[in-house]
Design a protein around this ligand. Sequence first.
Ligand SMILES: Cc1cc2nc3c(=O)[nH]c(=O)nc-3n(C[C@H](O)[C@H](O)[C@H](O)COP(=O)(O)O)c2cc1C
Length: 176
Amino acid sequence: MEQGMILYQSKYGSSKKYAHWLQESTGFGCMRTADASYKDVLPCTTLVLCGGVYASGIAGLSFLRKNSHKLKDKKIAVFCVGASPYDERALLQLKEHNFRQDLNGLPLFYGRGAWNEGVMTWKDRTLCKMLQKALAKKDPATYEPWMEGCMASVGQVRDWCDPSYLTPLLTYLQEG
Ligand SMILES: Cc1cc2nc3c(=O)[nH]c(=O)nc-3n(C[C@H](O)[C@H](O)[C@H](O)COP(=O)(O)O)c2cc1C
């Protein structure tokens, strides 16, 4: 594959795990968005951003937004990591929610991450508990897949990270 860079933004480690698996498969460079500047990605033909999903927002996109006009000639892909099971419609909603203006049209891939309320910050844990409380009042028959995933995770410690989630992205990167 051509020269590339993987940037990741990960609060609890799953996106970091996927970024390193991707690095092993591609030989691309890999660094945190917090440590990266556009100069680090300037020599690359390909750029992949791996970011966790928090309340429907994809972490790390601000790097792409900030530098979008400087990155126009690059092949860019986003791999987001959430706790919900893979769902085509939910991915489309994430795209609509996160890819506005300059990011419109970017390919988005998905990997399932992890869930452990025990390691969350107090703020994150409180937010998740509030969401679960609100969902508990709804009729489970009307749940979207991510809502089912959210409710099934209450009090659980789960790690769904699996390198096979990277296959569609690797195929995309290998296409000319
Ligand atoms: C505050 C908070 C909000 C979250 N919101 C979502 C969400 O909207 N959709 C989802 O699928 N997962 C959601 N999650 C689960 C995370 O995406 C999941 O734990 C993922 O593995 C996080 O990536 P990271 O380990 O790289 O930080 C949320 C987690 C937290 C702590």
